[in-house]
Design a protein around this ligand. Structure first.
Ligand code: AMP
Length: 174
């Protein structure tokens, strides 16, 4: 029997070193994963840091993922890419700088309440740097038709997303 393909959204952020190289490498590596059927990125934003404000500006985007992985397996795949980007969580401060941050935001209507995996992501609705790219991707792409995403579109349309500190960013030509 063919495995069921499901959809999820992942928040991506980086603010240390070559931010775009770290993001691009992670996206390429995820694309090569057999259990990931498709990966669609939002526009990219350069964003002012939130929380610890004395640190470099971030690049942020959201990716829509089609996968046969479970939420737990997808999280593992994301954490492996963070590790590959040289992230060492023991040395980090909360809200501090990071080479690569991959957050599992939503996985259709799945919910989890574990420290290891909380779904939907607990800070999703507080973060303009997540909501702006998520809204842009959902408005532009016809790929996301699950009922969960229709509800999400409705909620996003009613949500004020403060534009301060968010600027569209264009990747360098390769
Ligand atoms: P952070 O420093 O914000 O990237 O925290 C990542 C840690 O939060 C990891 O140890 C994850 O296991 C855990 N975690 C819980 N829920 C999620 C989620 N929805 N997406 C990513 N990490 C999560």
């Amino acid at each position: 029997m063919a495995a069921v393909i499901r959809q999820a959204f992942v928040g991506v952020g980086a603010n240390l070193g070559d931010r775009w190289a770290a993001i691009r490498t992670a996206l390429e590596s995820l694309r090569k994963t057999a259990a990931i059927a498709a990966l669609e990125p939002s526009a990219i934003y350069e964003t002012a840091p939130v929380g610890v404000t004395d640190q470099p500006v971030f690049l942020n985007l959201v990716i829509g993922v089609e996968t046969t992985l479970t939420p737990e397996e997808l999280l593992e795949a994301l954490l492996a890419r963070e590790r590959a980007a040289g992230r060492n969580r023991e040395k980090e401060t909360r809200w501090g700088p990071r080479t690569l941050d991959l957050d599992l935001l939503l996985f259709e209507n799945e919910t989890r309440q574990e420290p290891r995996l909380t779904l939907p992501h607990p800070r999703l609705w507080d973060r303009a740097f997540v909501l702006a790219p998520l809204k842009e991707l959902l408005e532009r792409s016809a790929r996301f038709q699950h009922p969960a995403w229709q509800e999400l579109r409705t909620r996003l349309a009613k949500t004020a997303i403060p534009p301060d500190g968010l600027q569209l960013w264009t990747p360098p030509k390769e």
